[in-house]
Ligand binder design. Structure first.
Ligand SMILES: NC(=O)C1=CN([C@@H]2O[C@H](COP(=O)(O)OP(=O)(O)OC[C@H]3O[C@@H](n4cnc5c(N)ncnc54)[C@H](O)[C@@H]3O)[C@@H](O)[C@H]2O)C=CC1
Ligand SMILES: CC(=O)C(=O)O
Ligand SMILES: [Mg+2]
Length: 371
């Protein structure tokens, strides 16, 4: 199979779908790899490094899209990219379709076979291709929150760790999954007073064991959300219902009860966000203010640390990517976890949560592949 890797074009997105190390793996398995010139510049990998790994270099993205059987990317295709996709081609990348009807209809019209990293599953009930970027984004959320909290950046002017004789700042994390755990680790490491809210009691038990009393846990109710948000300096939005649009857990009305200059970091923004007042921002202009509350809603947070992120992402995507390259659609038919990743095939939506969110009929992946 010919595997293609275009340069990412989303605002301040410096990650790359294939590192030179991944290229070498695909080539070792007998595949041709075509990489757009400059695709790895953001992680310090030049064209020569890709050629040494066995790739051919394409002068343009158009050449990569036209000549490749499978496209490996990081972020969801942008409008200029989705028009280049076609039936018979596999797209392997993050998609986040539920809050994005325009992209969804673009992929449906293209006929492409689109696997969303964020809905591929594993035997332990996890999301193995989302997890590494959730680790990065969770950790970054506290850096972003702490920076926005500084007075010159519009925040309350609180140091999260406090100092001897002055209480630390308070961090509330809504959703104690991978993002939430990593945000809580960083916040606790800085010395903040941290509370994690989740609706899963087994997960709250695990978190309690992990933090051994250093972090508070609370069951997710409207009352708990209000109490914890009204007293917080930084609130991290980290809930997920896989594939679906994020539930709006913090309403616009609740902002008036929050401290002026408090910071909301809505990591769940890629699924539409869990604060009613969130809208996606970019690394170029990451924050805005509503009712005195600072909002940070960057949909590709890990793009800010591409060297760490691209390698962590490739570690996770390589295994399934090789299955797709080696076996094509048969890999999807035979592997339940890749089937869970399939969101669109030949104009049909194959993911239940995406279909429900956007009003499409859902078609079972094996049925549509066999058709
Ligand atoms: N903005 C960005 O750059 C990035 C965004 N993300 C996003 O962050 C979000 C979280 O991802 P993960 O932590 O990997 O998901 P996860 O599945 O590991 O954790 C989600 C947690 O939310 C909890 N939850 C669901 N509904 C809830 C409710 N009503 N109240 C409280 N908790 C609730 C679940 O029980 C679960 O523990 C996803 O939308 C993901 O796509 C991930 C990486 C980068
Ligand atoms: C998960 C995601 O949206 C990202 O890494 O950009
Ligand atoms: Mg997005």
């Amino acid at each position: 199979m010919r595997v293609g890797c275009p340069k990412e074009i989303k605002n301040h997105e410096y990650r790359v779908g294939l590192t030179p190390g991944s290229v070498r793996e695909y080539v070792t398995h007998g595949h041709d790899v075509l990489v757009e010139t400059g695709a790895g510049a953001g992680i310090g990998a030049d064209d020569a490094a890709y050629m040494a790994a066995g790739a051919k270099i394409a002068k343009t993205a158009e050449e990569v899209f036209a000549k490749s059987d499978m496209i490996v990317k990081v972020k969801e295709p942008q409008p200029s990219e989705w028009v280049q996709l076609r039936e018979g081609q596999i797209l392997y990348t993050y998609l986040h379709l539920a809050p994005d009807p325009a992209q969804t209809s673009g992929l449906v019209e293209s006929g492409v076979t689109a696997i969303a990293y964020e809905t591929v599953t594993d035997d332990r009930g996890g999301l193995p291709l989302l997890a590494p970027m959730s680790e990065v984004a969770g950790r970054l959320a506290i850096q972003a929150g702490a920076t926005a909290l500084q007075k010159a950046n519009g925040g309350r002017g609180v140091l999260l760790g406090g100092v001897p004789g002055v209480l630390p700042g308070k961090v509330t994390v809504i959703g104690g999954g991978v993002v939430g755990l990593n945000a809580a680790k960083m916040a606790a490491g800085l010395g903040a007073d941290v509370t994690i809210i989740d609706r899963s009691i087994p997960r709250l038990r695990q978190l309690d064991d992990i933090f051994n009393g250093r972090v508070h846990t609370r069951y997710s109710t409207v009352e708990a959300l209000e109490e914890e948000c009204f007293s917080a300096d930084v609130i991290v939005g980290a809930v997920l219902i896989p594939g679906a649009a994020a539930p709006k857990l913090v309403s616009r009305e609740m902002l008036s009860g929050m401290k002026k200059g408090a910071v909301l970091v809505d990591v769940a923004i890629d699924q539409g966000g869990c604060f009613e007042t969130s809208h996606a921002t970019t690394h170029a202009e990451p924050t805005y203010e509503v009712d005195g509350v600072i909002h940070y809603c960057v949909a590709n947070m890990p793009g800010a640390v591409p060297v760490t992120s691209a390698h962590a992402l490739n570690n996770a995507t390589l295994h399934y990517g090789l299955q797709l390259a080696n076996r094509g659609l048969k890999a999807i038919v035979d592997d339940q976890h890749l089937r869970n990743g399939l969101n669109v095939h030949k104009g049909r939506i194959t993911n239940q949560a995406v279909a429900e969110a956007l009003g499409y009929e859902m078609v079972e992946p094996r049925a549509v592949i066999a058709a």
